[in-house]
Design a protein around this ligand. Structure first.
Ligand code: NAD
Ligand code: ZN
Length: 358
């Protein structure tokens, strides 16, 4: 699969799809060393276990910091540990931080790279499907506070991204499915042909189409990010990437981020967004069925697994972080494969959607 360029002027960077990720990465490590740039590795203990051979073969004696796997690692305390590790290894402005893992390590490592010495280079090596199609592209980095997710962060683009399909072989099926939710999302928001493909034949970890599907998602995200790098477009733009997310975040939040993976929340959110779009006169009942069948065919939920308090869901929906002063901005689908932002939706309409997916 050929490389992709994320076109952002001076901040442009390549997304590589090497046939042998280890070899491609070793080449860049050596180039850095030859140019006097030190390499540092950040990963989590889940990846360190599952990909121990890859890490040993590829990074050899590169100094490494292994943080605990899981969302709780995206916190101020671990952020401080990463900064201290960089300082202890005397990393200077020329240093390169290699971030190998899912979105947790990617967001934490990217934010550490954005902050240390007011910004050093970093390279994303996403090892989850979600990180490959979403978090490793676009330059959003950050950590959580006790008060909420992703409340601290920076825009800081990587120097390069290496996507290696071989990593997915060790990814647990539930994590793979969670990544598929974002892929279905891309089809629904901007690539009708991709959605049709997923509808006809679900993609799994062994599908030969997988590399192409990942690349198309990266391309779509790169185009959207190029047009609205800092998520300032009043309509559409980067906000479209939040299709299914206002509902999904509410599910995650009300369940305390323990019951549903992010992608599972998004899956329910996509069904909810289709239902909302129907209520606004956009999609037909047949469209809703097509969305739900496709989501479900990728081993994802389209309904809440158990009852949740409607008032809490409703509250969380209307307080989504992405909201603006002029009210909640929902992403809806004028047709399957196209998305648009809409505000001023009546709370009773949102409540009706929650009743249907509950
Ligand atoms: P994650 O990083 O927590 O990884 C999930 C689990 O899979 C971890 O336990 C990890 O150790 C394990 N793992 C990773 N790669 C593996 C592999 N190849 N084999 C076996 N196990 C492996 O979760 P995630 O879903 O990748 O990322 C979620 C995070 O991404 C959230 O914090 C979210 O906020 C963030 N995110 C950021 C952006 C962005 O634009 N920056 C976009 C979407 C999501
Ligand atoms: Zn998401």
């Amino acid at each position: 699969t050929s490389d992709l360029a994320v076109d952002l002027g001076e901040k442009s960077y390549p997304i590589h799809f090497p046939s042998d990720a280890s070899a491609a990465i070793r080449e860049m490590l050596a180039t850095n060393v030859a140019a006097g740039r030190s390499n540092i590795l950040l990963t989590d203990d889940g990846v360190a276990r599952a990909q121990s051979k890859f890490l040993a073969d590829t990074f050899g004696a590169t100094p490494r910091l292994i943080v605990p796997a899981g969302e709780r690692t995206k916190c101020l305390e671990t952020f401080g540990k990463v900064l201290d590790f960089l300082a202890a290894n005397r990393v200077n402005r020329q240093g390169v931080l290699w971030v190998v893992g899912g979105g947790v390590v990617g967001d934490l490592g990217g934010y550490s790279a954005a902050s240390y010495l007011r910004g050093i280079s970093y390279v994303q090596v996403p090892t989850t499907l979600l990180a490959m199609v979403d978090s490793s592209v676009g330059g959003k980095t950050g950590i959580n506070l006790t008060a909420g997710k992703n409340l601290v962060g920076a825009f800081h683009h990587p120097k390069a991204v290496f996507i290696g399909r071989e990593f997915l072989q060790t990814l647990p099926p539930r994590e793979f499915a969670a990544g598929m939710a974002e892929i279905v999302k891309y089809g629904l928001l901007g690539d009708a042909a991709l959605f049709a493909q997923l509808e006809q034949k679900p993609v799994d970890a062994r599908s030969t189409e997988l590399a192409d599907v990942i690349r198309r998602c990266c391309q779509l995200k790169a185009e959207i990010v190029k047009a609205d790098e800092f998520e300032r477009a009043p309509e559409g733009g980067r906000a479209l990437l939040n299709l299914g997310h206002t509902f999904g975040h509410a599910v995650e939040q009300v369940t305390g981020y323990t019951t549903y993976l992010h992608g599972e929340g998004v899956a329910i959110g996509l069904a909810a967004a289709a239902r909302l779009s129907h209520k606004l006169g956009l999609l037909t009942p047949e469209d809703i069925t097509r969305v739900e069948k496709t989501v479900a065919a990728h081993n994802l939920p389209i309904r809440l697994r158990g009852p949740l308090p409607l008032a809490e869901l409703q509250n969380a929906t209307t307080r989504d972080k992405k909201n603006r002063a002029d009210g909640v901005r929902f992403v809806v689908m004028p047709s399957l494969g196209r998305a648009a932002t809409r505000s001023g939706i009546a709370p009773s309409t949102v409540e009706a959607v929650w009743r249907e997916v509950g």
